[in-house]
Ligand binder design. Structure first.
Ligand code: GLC
Length: 625
């Protein structure tokens, strides 16, 4: 292989567009990449940092921004292109920071605004871009707007920033409609008037502490535009938009007795789907009006010349509805949850890939691929269940316990599918270590509002704490080295905010970095090859080995060809054949290849690919004359 230099951070310091804040990172010039320059996010591998659980810089048991700064060399070594940080803003943390009280400041638990600036510049110096989380559907009830709204009269401008309504029933004692909160219980809470009498109700699609904003109000639009600029001026490279399908509610707030499940779906679909006249089943999700907002935001981002992007967290269905968020002039990316929920199953994975490629082509967008995040059971645990397509909302001690050895083997194979696909890929912190969920966490430790809101109901949910357990950095340190700053500090670090399972010891980063055969080194190798061969912008084709009925997912990605933009020299064609065996029997491999990577040491048995394994086979063809 003679790889072209790739993803090298530019040595030319770009000018900060608006302020003296950290300089944004520029895209390497097209000549270095041997192809016309794409926006950086098109093929980026983006690593999700969940700040409270990534690395603890001040030994208080809670992760923080100084902890992230300390681990930038680790992320650089892994070879990702960007970080997405879940919210680190001022928040009472009733939903782990997705309840924001001040969008323009850092919560003292996580550090200071100066730490955020330092993280942006440290990451940029290391060639990593930074995406921050934006939570526009709701604020915290501690936000000054909501405090003001509660103190104000019904019908006042302060109340009109949220969704307040009089109750129904003879005395307004019943909620304005029948909507349920995604986290369980009603989506409405009644307020108390200043004189102590019961007052209006306010809408919260999530926890009571997360009042929904009124996106029919221009003041809300102006405020979020200003928040975007605040972070863009500080040099961030994009925004992950929380519940991007939620901000606009159907006119008149019509009744809806059903439920929506996080990530998995947004309500029950009708049997017959009419693409042209599709009406979303849920009156508070995927309403057409949300697209207006993204067109506005796209215009704001376009004023900045460092190619900032918007990525939608939108659990919508069918798949074609998702791609409406990435039409030209709207968002740049959307998480591919159809791929995430397809499990370790060749047919379902095939369908998710094919449908995503087809729908992306309709709107002229590129794809993203993701296996886990802070709202899902980690795929190592999901793939270790008897049914590796199951999608539990959390795993508790009394539930079926996954086989994590099998789950990790499958997860490594799945990573080879994910990272082989053209487009952008999202990793959740710990994917690269093969971390499972904590599946026996005691209830007393649980913080997820879903657990607390449903625990005494007919449909109790375990919640998402199991996938949010603090990262293990050093096997033999207290808290498996979660307190990354503790080496210098004399005091013993506080216990991590959630206990880690014993199996994290053997999976700690110091047991894997530079250790041949480790999951970390597998990821690093895949990311290196992906970068060198520009797989993220390659051409996809199902291969002759593809056979979902037998459990085989196989495709080729071809890059290169054409002439070097600078010298005019012909460029060889590179083809990578990705082969994943999700079936029960060993399967044939190609006869000719120049190099190969296998998901496990014992993946190749008698020149066949073993079940629960995957491989990349590389081949170079001579340049066209
Ligand atoms: C998103 C977040 C999730 C949060 C919810 C409410 O789905 O990913 O963690 O609880 O929004 O903000």
């Amino acid at each position: 292989m003679t790889p072209a230099p790739h993803h090298a951070p530019s040595s030319v310091p770009p000018t900060a567009a608006h302020t003296g804040q950290p300089a944004p990172l520029s895209t390497p010039p097209s000549e270095a990449r041997n192809r016309p320059s794409n926006p950086w996010w098109v093929d980026a591998v983006i690593y999700q940092v969940y700040p409270r659980s990534f690395a603890d810089g001040n030994s208080d048991g809670m992760g923080d921004l100084p902890g992230v700064i300390a681990q930038v060399p680790y992320l650089q070594r892994l070879g990702v292109d960007a970080l997405w940080l879940s919210p680190f803003y001022v928040s009472p943390q009733h939903d782990a920071g997705y309840d924001v009280a001040d969008y323009r400041n850092v919560d003292p638990r996580f550090g200071t605004l100066a730490d955020a600036d330092e993280l942006i510049s440290t990451a940029h110096d290391a060639g990593l871009r930074i995406i921050v989380d934006l939570v526009p559907n709701h604020t915290s009830w501690d936000h000054e707007w909501f405090v003001e709204a509660l103190a104000a009269e019904p019908g006042s401008p302060a109340r009109n920033r949220y969704v307040f309504r009089p109750g129904t029933g003879d005395n307004g004692e019943l909620p304005p409609n029948d909507w349920s909160s995604i986290f369980g219980g009603p989506a409405w809470t009644r307020t108390e008037n200043p004189d102590g009498t019961p007052g209006e109700w306010y809408l919260h699609l999530f926890d009571t502490s997360q009042p929904d904003l009124n996106w029919e109000n221009p003041e809300v639009h102006a405020e979020f535009e200003s928040i975007l600029r605040f972070w863009l001026d500080r040099g961030v490279d994009g925004f992950r938009v929380d519940v991007a399908h939620g901000m606009i509610k159907a006119e008149g707030l019509p009744p809806y007795a059903g439920f929506a499940n996080m990530v998995k779906d947004a309500g029950d679909l009708p049997e017959f789907i009419d693409r042209e006249n599709f009406v979303p089943p849920t009156p508070y999700f995927d309403q057409d009006g949300v697209h207006e907002i993204y067109r506005e935001w796209n215009r704001v981002l376009a004023e900045y010349d460092h190619e900032p992007c918007l990525v939608a967290e939108a659990w919508v269905a069918p798949v074609f509805r998702l791609f409406r968020y990435v039409r030209a002039g709207e968002m740049h990316q959307a998480f591919n949850f159809a791929f995430l929920v397809s499990g370790f199953d060749a047919q379902r994975v095939t369908d998710a890939i094919q449908e995503s490629l087809d729908e992306a082509a309709v709107v002229g967008a590129t794809n993203t691929w993701v296996l886990s995040n802070h709202d899902t059971v980690r795929h190592v645990s999901r793939f270790g269940l008897a049914d590796p397509t199951s999608y539990p909302e959390g795993i508790a001690a009394e539930d079926e316990q996954p086989d994590h050895v099998l789950g990790r083997r499958r997860a490594r194979a799945a990573a080879m599918v994910e990272l082989g696909l053209p487009g952008s890929a999202y990793l959740y912190q710990g994917d690269e270590l093969g971390l499972p969920d904590h599946t026996t966490l005691a209830d007393e430790h649980r913080e997820d509002p879903t657990f607390h809101r449903t625990r005494n109901t007919e449909a109790p949910e375990t919640g998402r704490d199991g996938c949010r357990v603090p990262m293990p950095w050093r096997a033999e340190a207290p808290g498996y080295g979660f307190a990354v700053g503790a080496a210098e500090a004399s005091a013993t670090p506080a216990d991590p905010w959630l206990p880690q399972p014993e199996e994290y010891r053997a999976l700690a980063a110091d047991q894997q970095v530079d250790v041949a055969g480790s999951t970390f080194e597998l990821y690093r190798e895949l990311l290196t090859i992906r970068g060198e061969l520009d797989l993220g912008t390659g051409a996809f084709e199902w291969s002759r080995f593809h056979d979902p009925a037998q459990g085989i997912v196989s495709f080729t990605v071809t890059t290169g060809g054409g002439k070097h933009l600078g010298s005019g020299e012909p460029i060889p064609t590179q083809t990578v054949l990705v082969l994943a065996n999700m079936g029960a029997s060993p399967t044939a491999i190609p006869e000719e290849y120049t190099a190969a990577v296998f998901s496990d040491d014992d993946a190749l048995v008698n020149q066949q690919l073993a079940p629960d394994s995957a491989a990349w086979f590389m081949k170079q063809s001579a340049p066209e004359a």
